[in-house]
Design a protein around this ligand. Structure first.
Ligand SMILES: [Zn+2]
Length: 276
């Protein structure tokens, strides 16, 4: 539902209508830096003009024009982003204590501690739908249900989107702070999921150019934040940190010296479109 329709409903005063803080845009969004900057500013303006949104935040989602099958969500608040997506990410990736394919409780310490920490997500549609189906079953058994933010994200955005897209990847970022860096990182994940040639190049590089010893080192470094037993996830994070925005991403600085010199001149450099 686009925001002007929501506003019209507001004007006509439907008393049962709850203002939606997670919405789909009607058209696709282009990966143009100025366009994205405008999107962020508009989001901030809408958020500031409404006291409820100012407190809770606003999230808008749109398909990426240049990367077919990629749904991008921008959120004005970290907590809103994570209340809507963190458990789906944990379901998709698992962590040191949580097995992949398990729905985490909102009462867990890890969950509440991460709500203000995580800046972006990348989740393929198969995992999103698997998460939703398990959560619905758990709710019917009265074990646990969706958070209001998860409910809104799935019912307003993801389930309708999945009707027209057989397979897609959801990526997201928070609009303040180093948003371009986060978005750059998440877009590299989207490419890894959706672009077969890109994924093949990364995988060949991982398989053929990185020694067994270095693979172990990389898994130890990334294992601090990610499930190191999932090699697909490790390869995906490895490329996103390496090819993504420079400097302030510590993992990139730590990982880069572990690589052979030819990496710097490899075909990967073409992926660094914002941070050459
Ligand atoms: Zn990542």
């Amino acid at each position: 539902m686009s925001s002007w329709i929501v506003l019209l409903f507001g004007v006509f005063g439907l008393s049962s209508f709850v203002f939606s803080d997670i919405q789909s845009l009607t058209g696709p969004i282009s990966l143009d830096k100025d366009g994205l900057t405008n999107w962020n500013s508009e989001l901030a303006e809408k958020t500031l003009s409404d006291p409820q949104l100012k407190q809770k935040g606003l999230m808008e989602c749109a398909e990426v024009k240049e990367l077919k099958g990629t749904l991008l969500c921008a959120s004005s608040k970290k907590v809103l982003l994570n209340k809507a997506m963190l458990r789906a990410t944990l379901f998709s990736e698992g962590d040191a204590e949580l097995q992949k394919g398990t729905v985490q409780s909102t009462e867990s310490k890890f969950y509440s501690g991460s709500l203000t920490e995580i800046l972006g997500h990348d989740i393929p549609s198969s995992e999103l739908l698997g998460f939703w189906s398990q959560l619905e079953q758990a709710c019917r058994r009265k074990e646990m249900c969706a958070t209001p933010e998860e409910e809104e994200l799935f019912k307003e955005v993801l389930l309708p989107f999945s009707q027209n897209h057989e397979s897609f990847v959801l990526i997201s970022y928070v609009t303040n702070g180093d948003w371009l860096m986060t978005l750059n990182h998440e877009l590299l994940h989207a490419q890894y999921f959706k672009d077969e040639n890109f994924r093949k190049t990364v995988d060949e590089f991982w398989n053929e150019k990185i020694t067994k010893e270095d693979k172990e080192k990389i898994k130890t470094i990334l294992g601090v934040a990610y499930n190191k037993n999932d090699e697909f996830l490790i390869r995906n994070e490895f490329q996103a940190f390496l090819l993504g925005a420079p400097a302030s991403l510590r993992a990139r600085q730590v990982l880069r010296p572990t690589l052979p010199v030819e990496f710097k001149t490899s075909t990967f450099s073409g992926a660094m479109f914002w941070f050459p």
